[in-house]
Design a binder for this molecule. Structure first.
Ligand code: WTA
Length: 633
């Protein structure tokens, strides 16, 4: 693999080069790619506006860098191995040559349905190869995809369609998930009633569900492909043309559309993939994420395919038909690199090691973790029972906004320290700041994590609202990108991510904004006000705890609690359903009317130590009542 760091010395040298001469460092990597026109300036930036441009005015098409660039050597190599939900069903192996044809064909099909460069296309699909084909086809014709996790509700989907004014939705009749069949098309139908921009819906037949097709608007995937050529001349894209929008939750308001652009994202996902996982030419790589999240975008689809890797895509869930399914798949395909989330590890740990011992995991060379801080117990279990103590465990810290892995060990090259993301990748300049924005130098310091210099795959804007991008990421600390995470640099100089310092809750590796959940709860006609916080959850990392004031309700607390849970499920989706709902008669507020979440977090965590000074509250008496109501006294 080109540009693959081979040892610690090379890492140190490359890191230093990337800091001293970032332009040269990234140009050297970009030179291995295929450009229709070379860039005029490698980097143009300021973090105030903010404006970030990489490889300015260059022309390219990302998919030409997967296909045209690699086909002469990779035509018959497997690009995607697809393992279906049902282990009795046949898997599918798709070569680079075949993936190219499918991408071109679908690209032509979308064009025939009126999609042009710059149009937004929503992908709301199961984990099937067609979803990858759809993403690549969008990139091929310059359409901007926005993948929405297929577990989101109709109203969450409608919000995203409306925000990006999508012209097309790609979906399926239904999804298989363990022993369940999830109706998907009907969710799309419901969502579209709340929108007015969608002209066409292309529906993949997956479960054979009986679905209603709207003749003017809907067509089957197969029909759309009929008569389409297997060749397509890729659209010429500017480096900074949008590649995709991915919605993610923040502390305030509705989810925002994080924007990534073509060239920088391409270079960085490639570079981080080959270095973190140390992928070698014949390896089989598997990331268990869903393509609805950034991990699926960068490390199932783009990074691996740009590296000419074989990437495994799994349709199902870790516990179906048995809790050894992951390990069975590793044995079946002799997986070499395995990348999953701490929540999955903890959930499988509960089932014991018998389910692991049954399978041969000797093919594994690297194991990885992403999405939330990995607790030491899970780290050790994963390292010992899955990695058999010999595989490096890469704890990769990054975000939807960073596009690619930022802080992580490079497998087998930089040291592994339990629960530490450890060191930044070349090109990444993390800083720890105190609440005043003062940089904390040296070891044994703890503070907020910022990045002080641009990297190629960083967020460019939040779709349709640049001000929001500036306020969310570039205003807390002047001249720096603020991550929203807390971090500690230990006595050896390794970084340990401590989790979010804002009002974002991380449930099973999924980001949920407290405001978003509160808005959903407030839709209940008996709810006067609500507040949502996270609390430590053994398997999910964090669970959602909601406090709701329903003063004049005629309903019992039990009924209200259940209705509120179901309402959130309906408005956002099952992943946002609160674990606990406490009906309260008031919320602790500061004199300026702000909810003191710190106190609510303490109650939700059943930890009443260091409650702090509550005498300055507007309503200190409410704290006692809430504590009692939670059964803590
Ligand atoms: C958290 C997922 C600790 C963090 C790629 C971040 C992590 C948020 C790690 C981004 C890790 C992700 N250790 N925390 N290795 N990886 N996080 O946008 O709080 O879904 O800000 O991107 O997940 O979540 P997102």
């Amino acid at each position: 693999m080109d540009h693959q760091i081979k040892n610690l010395l090379e890492y140190t040298n490359d890191y230093n080069k990337s800091i001293i001469k970032p332009d040269q460092f990234w140009e050297n990597i970009a030179n291995s790619f295929h450009w229709r026109k070379r860039w005029e300036k490698t980097l143009n930036w300021n973090f105030d506006t903010p404006k970030i441009e990489w490889f300015k005015n260059a022309k390219l098409n990302l998919t030409e860098n997967i296909f045209e660039r690699l086909l002469s050597t990779h035509r018959n190599k497997t690009a995607i191995i697809w393992e279906p939900n049902d282990p009795e069903m046949s898997p599918i192996h798709i070569s680079y040559g075949e993936l190219y044809k499918q991408t071109c064909k679908f690209a032509n099909a979308m064009k025939a349905q009126g999609i042009h460069k710059g149009d937004r296309v929503i992908i709301y699909m199961p984990m099937v190869p067609e979803a990858t084909v759809a993403m690549l086809a969008c990139a091929r014709i310059g359409a901007i995809h926005s993948v929405v996790f297929a577990g989101f509700s109709a109203s969450a989907l409608a919000d995203r369609i409306n925000d990006c004014q999508a012209k097309m939705v790609l979906t399926s009749d239904g999804n298989f998930r363990g022993n369940k069949k999830i109706p998907v098309k009907s969710v799309v139908d419901e969502a579209i009633t709340k929108t007015d921009t969608v002209e066409k819906v292309i529906v993949l037949k997956r479960t054979g569900e009986n679905v209603k097709m709207h003749t003017e608007r809907d067509l089957w995937w197969k029909e759309a492909l009929e008569g389409q050529s297997e060749e397509n001349i890729a659209e010429e894209m500017d480096s900074e043309d949008l590649l995709f929008i991915l919605y993610t939750s923040g502390s305030t308001g509705k989810p925002k559309g994080v924007v990534h652009t073509n060239a920088g994202y391409m270079i960085y996902t490639y570079y981080s993939f080959v270095n973190v996982f140390q992928y070698k030419e014949d390896d089989i790589y598997w990331c268990t994420a869903d393509i609805g999240w950034i991990t699926g975008h960068s490390y199932i689809v783009y990074g691996p395919l740009l590296a000419g890797a074989t990437t495994l895509m799994f349709e199902g869930i870790p516990t179906y038909p048995h809790p050894g399914r992951f390990w069975e798949i590793i044995e079946k395909y002799k997986v070499n690199q395995f990348y999953t989330a701490p929540t999955a590890i903890r959930a499988l740990q509960v089932h014991g090691t018998d389910h692991v011992e049954k399978f041969d995991l000797s093919s594994l060379k690297v194991i990885g973790s992403v999405g939330e801080p990995i607790n030491e117990e899970a780290w050790h279990w994963y390292h010992e029972h899955i990695g058999k103590g010999r595989c490096p465990l890469v704890d990769t810290w990054w975000q939807t906004e960073t596009g690619g892995i930022m802080i992580s060990p490079l497998a087998g090259i930089t040291p592994n320290k339990p629960a530490h993301a450890s060191l930044p990748l070349p090109g990444v300049q993390p800083v720890i700041v105190d609440t005043d924005g003062k940089e904390l130098i040296g070891n044994n310091v703890e503070g907020n994590l910022c990045i002080k210099f641009p990297w190629p795959s960083m967020i460019r804007t939040t779709y349709g609202d640049h001000k929001r991008c500036k306020e969310t990421y570039f205003s807390t600390y002047k001249g720096m990108y603020f991550t929203g995470d807390g971090v500690k640099r230990d006595h050896d100089g390794y970084l340990r991510i401590l989790g979010r310092v804002d009002d974002v809750i991380n449930v099973s590796g999924h980001r949920m904004g407290t405001a978003e959940v509160e808005n959903a709860i407030d839709e209940h006609s008996d709810v006067i006000e609500s507040a949502v916080v996270g609390f430590p959850h053994e398997i999910k990392g964090q669970g959602i705890y909601a406090f709701a004031i329903c003063d004049n309700s005629k309903k019992s607390n039990e009924i209200l609690q259940e209705e509120i849970k179901q309402l959130v499920r309906k408005i956002i989706g099952p992943i946002a359903k609160p674990e606990q709902v406490q009906i309260v008669s008031g919320l602790p507020k500061t004199r300026s009317g702000k909810i003191m979440r710190r106190i609510l977090r303490k109650v939700a965590s059943k930890d009443l130590s260091n409650l702090g000074d509550i005498s300055t509250l507007l309503n200190p008496e409410i704290v006692e009542q809430i504590i009692k109501g939670a059964g803590l006294k």
